[in-house]
Ligand binder design. Structure first.
Ligand SMILES: NC(=O)C1=CN([C@@H]2O[C@H](COP(=O)(O)OP(=O)(O)OC[C@H]3O[C@@H](n4cnc5c(N)ncnc54)[C@H](O)[C@@H]3O)[C@@H](O)[C@H]2O)C=CC1
Ligand SMILES: O=C(O)C(=O)Cc1ccc(O)cc1
Length: 382
């Protein structure tokens, strides 16, 4: 790979012969669509979406997420300066194979957004991608939602965006990709693929498995009484939000990173065994110590209200059981021109509205809403 990068800098500065930089996005879903929205309309860029189904291609063009869309990979890739692979992890190698058989523009930079990095980076390195450079990528932001309808130009703001260039990737290519990705307003960092997979396995893939297992365990109990579902309150919702993630996307991630995950699961079982031991021996002090240790670490997590922690800017409001309270809060927010993206009543008892979850698209809206609602004497928390 990277055999011929002659003319690379010249092309990146000047763009293609038509004066524009062509960016191909293969898979215009949540992540591909969000990248497209970050880049489309920026001076000198033309964003072309690739989808395998006609309806999907038509939809992303109609929604205005891309400048144009096609179901032909050859057409999307032809003359592209950058190619982003944004399909489920299980399909990435096939795309690399197919692209390696197509005439690609010399100096083209190819990257992906897959949640695992070692296998794709290794696969791309084995193929001589004729004068193009492959650089693995992973924006550490997303949500439990999927599809182009969920795409947003703000998705990556302040989140980490990991790049995993191999040692032989030309510095100019890495710099050019980093420069392009600045439009996402993400914090770009580089590391090697194996390290990425170990760390992301622990902080993202393991939590997704735990969330799914927990929901399925409780769903099993709920067969005997619907009260399990009714009583499921804030804590359960917080820890299980990511269990609503896309099954195909996550099937591919977990199977791909299975070696790392099998080790993490064995450590997880040890953590659970420790709780079992503490409870069997009625060791309350030991239990408290586990919570204390967790509090210490969690309270020192970086204050980031996006990406891996939450997908939106959210707050919770305790609402008393009085008619009109929710309407009043919504009306005040509207009057103050604060854009509410979602409002959800979390019932803690069947007959009592207990907690209101308010979601915003911007930090600024959240901050203003919190100040306003607190000034109305309601308790607001995160
Ligand atoms: N969901 C998330 O929060 C994050 C996902 N990622 C990674 O981004 C990639 C895309 O995920 P999302 O955008 O969330 O998924 P999505 O489901 O929103 O979008 C997937 C895209 O790939 C296309 N696609 C699906 N199956 C395909 C197939 N068999 N052949 C060709 N195209 C196919 C779909 O038409 C769609 O455009 C995955 O590799 C995932 O690991 C990375 C960061 C965050
Ligand atoms: O919704 C969340 O909190 C996520 O964890 C989103 C996410 C999903 C997959 C990734 O590879 C990165 C981020």
């Amino acid at each position: 790979m990277n055999a011929d990068i002659s003319g690379f800098s010249e092309r990146k500065e000047a763009g293609s012969s038509s004066g524009t930089i062509k960016i191909a996005i293969c898979g215009v879903g949540l992540i591909g669509g969000s990248l497209a929205l970050c880049l489309k309309g920026k001076p000198g860029y033309r964003v072309v979406g690739h989808e395998i189904r006609e309806e999907s291609a038509a939809k992303c063009a109609e929604l205005g997420v891309v400048d144009e869309a096609t179901t032909s990979l050859a057409e999307a890739a032809a003359d592209a300066d950058y190619i982003f692979l944004c399909v489920p992890v299980g399909r990435l190698n096939d795309y690399i194979d197919e692209l390696s058989r197509l005439p690609l523009k010399p100096g083209c930079v190819m990257t992906d957004v897959g949640s695992t990095k070692a296998s794709i980076v290794e696969h791309a390195a084995q193929l001589a991608l004729k004068g193009t450079t492959f650089i693995g990528g992973h924006p550490m932001a997303g949500s439990e939602r999927s599809g182009v309808e969920a795409a947003s130009a703000d998705l990556f703001e302040n989140a980490y965006y990991v790049l995993t260039p191999t040692e032989d990737a030309p510095a100019e290519a890495v710099q050019a990709l980093e420069k392009l990705l600045r439009w996402t307003r993400a914090k770009i960092i580089t590391t090697d693929a194996a390290r990425h997979d170990r760390i992301v396995g622990a902080i993202s893939h393991l939590p997704h498995m735990i969330a799914v297992a927990l929901v399925n365990q409780i769903a099993g109990y709920n067969e005997s009484s619907d009260l399990y579902r009714s009583l499921a309150a804030g804590g359960f919702r917080d820890i299980t939000r990511i269990a609503s993630s896309d099954p195909i996307v996550w099937r591919d991630i977990l199977v791909n990173n299975r070696q790392v995950l099998l080790e993490l699961l064995s450590d997880w079982r040890r953590e659970m065994d420790e709780f079992t031991r503490l409870l069997e021996s009625e060791d309350g002090e030991g239990v408290a110590e586990r919570f204390k240790q967790a509090n210490d670490f969690r309270n020192r997590l970086p204050e980031r209200r996006k990406g891996m922690i939450t997908s939106l800017y959210e707050c919770y409001v305790n609402v008393p059981d009085q008619p009109g309270v929710i309407g009043r809060i919504a009306a005040e927010l509207g009057q103050a021109r604060i854009n509410l993206s979602n409002l959800h009543i979390i019932e803690s008892r069947e007959d009592v509205p207990g907690v209101l979850r308010l979601s915003f698209r911007r930090q600024d809206d959240l901050d203003r809403a919190v100040a306003l609602i607190r000034s109305m004497d309601y308790i607001v928390y995160f």
